[in-house]
Design a protein around this ligand. Structure first.
Ligand SMILES: [Zn+2]
Length: 106
């Protein structure tokens, strides 16, 4: 099965050198909501509707500062947040600052 990343404008494809992550399941609804909000592809084809991922949708490592999602809800990498298509590449500095703040607060 071939996967590609479900983030808007991300062209990453499944490969041995790439990590892909599943969208959190319904059981983890709070986290799932946050991920969906982060990923939102809605402005592309159905601006009024929420985007519903399919089971095979994955998010690639490019959207996490450390290349993997973090389990800590306070950590910026708890949800994918980098190179999210509709933001373009702006905000990266702010994200880095947020990460820094996180580690300083530990
Ligand atoms: Zn991606």
């Amino acid at each position: 099965m071939v996967h590609s990343c479900c983030v808007v404008d991300c062209t990453a494809r499944w490969g041995p050198d790439k990590k892909f992550f599943r969208i959190p399941s319904e059981k983890d609804s709070e986290k799932r909501k946050k991920w969906l909000r982060a990923i939102r592809r809605l402005n592309l084809d159905a601006p009024k509707k929420d985007w519903i991922p399919v089971a095979s949708d994955r998010v690639c490592e490019a959207h996490f500062v450390h290349g993997v999602p973090n389990r800590d809800p306070q950590h910026p990498d708890y949800v994918p947040h980098i190179k999210m298509g509709y933001y373009g590449s702006q905000n990266l500095k702010a994200k880095e600052k947020a990460i820094q703040r996180y580690f300083e607060s530990l």
